[in-house]
Design a protein around this ligand. Structure first.
Ligand code: SF4
Length: 402
């Protein structure tokens, strides 16, 4: 059974959770609103105590229980003895000249995950990772090239948002200049689950994190401003529709099964017809009335007129918008970014056919902002990376045929 097959099997039929270790500290970042309310109730606290605690932790970013001034002393003592508020340890921070910030968090055993903050005029978007590595193995993706290491838990997923909000709110440069904490106008307003990993192959932990993101007493983000991006795990798209519908993006990258089988190997399990049908079911409950199809532009692979015609056909079947993404090259891929003129023409052709299309600006080129690049370097340095040299060859062959 391949790593991808086992990952699918595990998410469809999860093993029973191991019981919590008695005596271990509870990381409050990992408790969704219902679990936090239950914990507080077990201690004899009223529901409003759980809401207060949630606001201290998630909204104000406070990690010292002693600072939670409106909580009763005994309650704080109880928290102190049983709980922690702990984001994953930071390994490296990088800042780009264009304002993009990237944090690399240490996941232990030589694994690292990346979180990227992208400021724009009207929003601050945080791109969050859901797994260390990824089993899907898309050949254009630096994370896929590294293989799968492990799922993140809810605290590790939410911890990225918690950490970013704190870092952005409390600008250390400003603090040094003024001698006091400075409120930054750039806090996270949008979350995209588009970092390392396939979020829907880590469903239960993702769900806990999403419930915190959209909860009014935690991060309070509108469902429209939280996007889950999937390569197309069809049964879990249906589960997400039922459990916590947020905006949905699909890594499409090819309009036909033969090409998509190569670019997004999960397509061999859930081919396009099934995926598009799942998208239509999702739209019945989605907070937005379209699906975003992500489309990475690979020179000579998927950027031809034939693919334009294919995408027009896809758009006939699902209400959608296309987001064209210039490929961020990394050495092992053997792939090239489509020339800017080709990307412009491709976008124009789609637009002329009546489709809504945007082209993603490349951001943070100077800090390896393409997903997985920085974490890949860390893995290389720790020498536990297992190379997968055949990936690039598959697509180049396809390119020759295309
Ligand atoms: S593009 Fe997404 S699904 Fe594909 S390998 Fe990379 S992280 Fe995994």
């Amino acid at each position: 059974m391949s790593a991808l097959d086992s990952a699918i099997e595990e998410v469809l039929h999860p093993a029973a959770q191991a019981p919590a270790v008695r005596g271990a500290a509870i990381n409050l970042l990992g408790l969704d609103p219902a679990a936090l309310a239950e914990l507080v109730a077990q201690w004899g606290g009223k529901p409003f105590r759980a809401r207060q605690l949630s606001q201290w932790v998630h909204q104000r970013g406070v990690d010292h229980f002693a600072d939670m001034s409106d909580l009763a002393k005994e309650f704080r003592a109880q928290l102190e003895s049983r709980c922690v508020v702990q984001a994953p340890p930071l390994n490296i921070e990088k800042r780009s000249a264009d304002g993009t910030r990237k944090w690399l968090f240490d996941m232990g055993m030589g694994n690292a995950i990346e979180t990227v903050y992208i400021p724009e005029d009207d929003r601050g978007t945080l791109c969050i990772s859901s797994q260390a590595g990824c089993a899907v193995g898309c050949p254009f993706c630096s994370t896929g090239y590294q293989g799968f290491s492990r799922n993140l838990n809810t605290a590790e997923i939410v911890g990225q948002l918690w950490y970013a909000n704190r870092a952005l709110r409390l600008d250390p440069e400003g603090a040094r200049l003024n001698g006091a904490a400075v409120e930054s106008p750039q806090a996270v307003s949008n979350v995209v689950m588009m970092g390392m990993g396939e979020p829907l192959l880590n469903y239960d932990q993702l769900l806990g994190a999403l419930r915190l993101m959209v909860n009014d007493h935690a991060y309070g983000l509108s469902r429209r401003r939280v996007t889950v991006s999937t390569s197309g795990v069809v049964p879990m798209i249906d589960r997400l529709a039922r459990d916590c519908p947020v905006a949905l993006a699909v890594s499409l990258h090819a309009p036909t099964d033969d090409l998509r089988d190569e670019l997004v190997p999960l397509n061999r399990k859930y081919p396009l017809a099934e995926l598009l049908a799942a998208c239509n079911r999702y739209l019945e409950v989605a907070p937005r009335d379209f699906i975003t199809f992500e489309y990475i532009m690979l020179d000579g692979v998927n950027d031809g007129d034939e693919q334009v015609r294919g995408l027009v056909e896809v758009a006939r079947q699902v209400r959608c918008k296309f987001n064209l993404i210039p490929f961020n090259p990394f050495p092992q891929s053997g792939l090239k970014r489509s020339p800017p003129a080709r990307v412009r023409l491709f976008a124009q052709q789609l637009s002329d056919a009546g489709l809504t299309v945007t082209v993603r600006k490349t951001r943070g080129d100077d800090i390896d902002a393409a997903c997985g690049q920085l974490a890949g370097e860390v893995k290389d340095r720790t020498r536990i990376n297992e190379r997968k040299p055949d990936r690039a060859r598959i697509v180049i062959r396809n390119k020759e045929h295309g």
